[in-house]
Write a protein that binds this ligand. Structure first.
Ligand SMILES: Cc1ncc(COP(=O)(O)O)c(C=O)c1O
Length: 500
């Protein structure tokens, strides 16, 4: 009885909110044909500058409660559709940043709304379990249908978590536990291990380390922060570990034009990696694991070649370090393959692959031997959220049904070619266009110009993000079609042409 009441209310809500073909103000070059976007708006539509008056009012109100320094504007998620984010002042913007790269198939996708209307799913949304102790009956099947159906090569085990940082944090713990058991030759700690760990001393808390790379971003929790080296503001005043930091290759773009120089730069970094592993072992802080992003995102969209990653994976194996690939930002299809590491062409690319963002749930895949050996070693109250796995199954259905990876590859080519053209047209402003799939970026001559361009773009109805010292990053949803690429390029071109 109760569930049918909720079902009816939900159905009414959905009728009201499902794609009602909102009237659109066109902002589209006539040269750009619109295709297959029948369930969303037909272009940006701006009513005020952003943030508008209502956003400013709400920022003031929230400022009485929280730090609001990072808030851009307030959103109207009910009105947002597909690639378009609507704000509380009624501005409708083409979203090429998608909540820091975390919206897989756009706003209010009908397939996801439909899931909500199924009364059989209601209890999953209403009751969030402590998954590590009391999972629902459907959980093994849900995991099999969602995360395991896209498991990286060589991995059949997955641990869900809540967010990217907590996925990485627990992946690091799994690597330390694995390393220590390997060193002991068994998994029974000594009495001394047990007593010393309680007071943060060795041998119970061993001096092991995780190697990371300059410019990396792996999150802001304490362990992750020790491996994050993108911006000082993230790290300032927070105690950290003495762990090795290797140089990440600084490559020249387009990569195909600078293969010789780039190979030299990568060889230099790989040599340093091996030196650091040896040095830290001698210091008594052996490297238990190496963590790396397939493309350094927050740190400025820095790429490296498949050969670099293959060599790094071999170095990790040679020195007995676990190899952890952080796909929190690159995972989920935006590079044109479901996982960015698939571009490396390896059967055994990693020991651990962490994810979050477009996967809707956090977590990490791991090799069998990295399974924690005892209960409660990798544990927290929620350990993920089954409702997110339910959504993920449907997102994966949409990706397959609509061939969205091919779509991303197509849109990505159009986007990168457009960026190449723009940088040729405005060499004083733009340089170093780069990308894989729609995971693209371009550098701006300086930080002030970047900020000015980002704000102008926003006021023209295009939402973009920055990364690194002076890059603009493009992180659209997987439903960003060639039509949207051209729409974006037209507006971006106008802004650049008028830029003083
Ligand atoms: C590569 C990478 N790792 C980890 C994180 C941290 O994820 P979260 O912000 O969900 O903690 C991010 C977030 O941007 C990321 O890009």
């Amino acid at each position: 009885m109760a569930s049918s009441l909720i079902g009816r209310q939900l159905a009414l809500f959905l009728q009201k909110n499902l794609w009602l073909g909102a009237p659109g103000c066109r902002y589209v070059s006539k040269a750009v044909p619109q295709t297959q976007v029948d369930f969303e708006y037909d272009g940006p539509c701006m009513k005020t500058s952003v943030p508008g008056p209502r956003s400013q009012e709400l920022t003031k109100q929230l400022g009485e409660i929280q730090n609001v320094g990072a808030i851009n504007f307030f959103c109207n998620y009910e009105e947002s559709r597909g690639n378009y984010l609507v704000d509380v002042d009624g501005n409708r913007m083409l979203d090429v940043y998608t909540q820091i790269s975390s919206i897989p198939i756009g706003y209010n996708h009908p397939a996801l709304l439909k899931l909500m209307s199924n009364p059989n799913n209601l209890s999953t949304f209403v009751n969030r379990p402590a998954l590590g102790i009391l999972p629902p009956e459907t959980f093994p099947d849900t995991l099999t249908d969602s995360l395991l159906s896209v498991a990286p090569s060589g991995m059949t085990r997955v641990q869900t978590m809540a967010c990217g940082s907590c996925s990485n944090e627990n992946a690091y713990k799994a690597m330390f536990i694995w390393y220590k058991n390997k060193e002991r030759g068994h998994n029974t700690p000594s009495d001394e291990d047990v007593s010393t760990c309680m007071v943060n001393q060795a041998p119970g808390c061993p001096d092991l380390s995780i190697m990371s790379f300059m410019g990396a971003f792996h999150g802001r929790t304490l362990g992750c922060l020790a491996t994050t080296h993108s911006k000082a503001i993230h790290k300032l005043d927070v105690p950290s570990f003495d762990w090795p930091i290797a140089p990440f290759p600084r490559l020249r773009y387009p990569l195909e034009q600078f293969t010789r120089e780039n190979a030299q730069e990568e060889a230099r970094c790989l040599e340093e990696v091996e030196d650091l592993i040896v040095k830290w072992r001698q210091k008594g802080k052996p490297v238990a694991g190496i963590v790396i992003e397939p493309i350094q995102a927050e740190g400025g969209d820095n790429h490296a070649s498949p050969n670099f990653f293959r060599s790094l994976r071999n170095i990790a194996r040679k020195h007995g370090c676990a190899f952890h690939v952080d796909e929190v930002q690159t995972g989920g299809g935006c590079t044109g393959k479901f996982w960015a590491h698939e571009h490396w062409g390896m059967d055994d690319p990693a020991d651990i692959v962490s994810f979050s963002k477009k996967l809707l749930t956090g977590g990490y895949y791991h090799k069998d031997e990295l399974q924690a050996d005892k209960a409660y070693r990798i544990f927290n109250t929620w350990m993920g959220d089954p409702s997110k796995n339910l959504f993920l199954s449907e997102v994966l259905n949409v990706i397959r049904r609509e061939s969205l990876l091919e779509e991303v590859a197509r849109s990505g080519r159009a986007l990168l070619n457009g960026l190449y053209e723009l940088q040729a047209q405005y060499p004083g402003i733009l340089s170093r266009a780069r990308g894989q799939g729609t995971f693209c970026a371009i550098d701006v001559c300086d930080d002030a110009t970047r900020t000015s361009i980002l704000l102008k773009a926003r006021n023209k109805g295009i939402l973009l993000g920055g990364c690194g010292e002076r890059s603009i990053r493009f992180r659209p949803a997987l439903i960003f079609k060639e039509y949207h690429v051209h729409l974006f390029l037209n507006i971006f071109n106008d802004i650049l042409a008028k830029h003083k």
